[in-house]
Design a protein around this ligand. Sequence first.
Ligand code: ADP
Length: 395
Amino acid sequence: MKQVILTLNAGSSSLKFALFPPEGDIPLATGLVDRIGADGEMRLKDGNGGALPLPKGGDYTSHTRSLATALVALEMSFPGLSVAAVGHRVVHGGPDFAAPVRVDETVLSALDRLSPFAPLHQPHNLAGIRAAIETFPHALQVACFDTAFHRGHSFENDAFALPRAYFDKGIRRYGFHGLSYDYVSGHLAMIDPDLAQGRVIIAHLGNGASMCALNGGRSVTSTMGFSALDGLAMGTRCGQIDPGALLYLMQQEGMDGDAISDLLYKRSGLLGLSGLSHDMRELEAADTPEARQAVGYFIARIRRELGGLTAVLGGLDALIFTAGIGENSAPVRAAVCKGMDWLGLSIDETRNEQNAPLLSKDGAKVRVMVLPTNEELVIARGARRLVADSERPAA
Ligand code: ADP
C-alpha cells in the first residue's frame, strides 16, 4: 500500500484519528477511542461511514496502548499499512508557530513550555505526539495548531490593557479553532473566490464555540482570547465573564485556582445555565424555562459578537455557520439572524430548515451559508505538505 497520513486529536481520555490516502480529501478510515484508562472502547468507520472490524480484547489502558490497538485495527482493514506522517492537533502554538511544524526534540520542548497556557488540553496533545513517536518511530510527526490561523493580528486585537510586561510574558489573545477556520475559509475560496476576499464572519458553534472575523481570507480577530474560555458561552464553558466576578469568587467565597478552573471549564455554559445538559439537541427538545434561557443566552452572545466583529471589519459580506450546532440547528441560526435586516442579513426559512449551503434570501446584501468544517483534513494537508518538503532535494 502507498504511504498514508494518520491524523490524531488526543484529549484527556480520548483519541480521535483518521487515515488519509496520499492524495484526496476522503479519509480511508476515521476512528475514536473513548474512556482511555477506564473501560475504553473504540469505534472505527470507513470513508463512507460503514463500520470496520475491530481486534478482540483491545488494550485501551493508555494513549500509547490505545494507539497500538488502533494500528492493529487499521492493519486488519488496510494490510501493509505504511504511515508516512502523523499529523497532530495541538491546541497551543504560542505567539510564534504560525504554520504546521515538524516535531523534533526542540519543538517538543517548546510545546511543553506552552502547557501552562492550556493545561487542560496541551499535555494530552503532547501525550498523543509521544505515543505516536513510540508507535511510528519512522514517520514524520507534524504539529498543527489551533492558534496558528490567528497569528498576524494587529496589536489592538492581540493585547489586553494590562501593563506591557504581561503582554511580553504571553498574557495576550491567541484565538483558537484555527484549523476549522482554515478549512472553512479555504472551502469558501474554492466555491466563491470573490466572496472569500471580502469581509467574512465564521461562527464555529460546537461544544466549543467561537467566531472569527476575516478580511481577504485572513483572520483579523476572534472571540476567543488567551484561553478557549473567552467569548461565546459553550457546552460547559462560561465564555466572556467580568474578571471582577472571579476576584469575588476568590476573595469572598474562598475558591482557589482549581475550583475556579473546574467551574469555568466544566460546570458553566449551556450546562450551568440550564442545569440540565451541555448538549444543544437535548436543550432544544427540553421544555423548561432554564433550558430556554440557556439557549437564549447562547444566541444573545452570538448576536452581540456579530455586531462587534462586523464593526471591526467595517461591514459584512458573508456570515458562515459551521460545527455541530452551526451545521444542524435551524432554530439557532434563525434566532441569530432574526431582525438583522438592518445589516442586510436575512435568511430564507425553507433553506434554513434544509441546512442548505446558501441560507440568505436572493438579493440579500450579506450571504449567509452553512459550510461543514473538516479539521482532520486541514491536519492531513499540513502533514502532506511537510512530507513533500522533506522529500524535496535540498537546493
Ligand atoms: P465538538 O466541539 O465536540 O467537535 P460538535 O461540533 O460535534 O462538537 O458539536 C456538538 C454540538 O452540536 C452539541 O451541542 C450537539 O447537540 C449539537 N448538535 C449536533 N446535531 C444537532 C442538531 N441536529 N440540532 C441541534 N444541535 C445539534
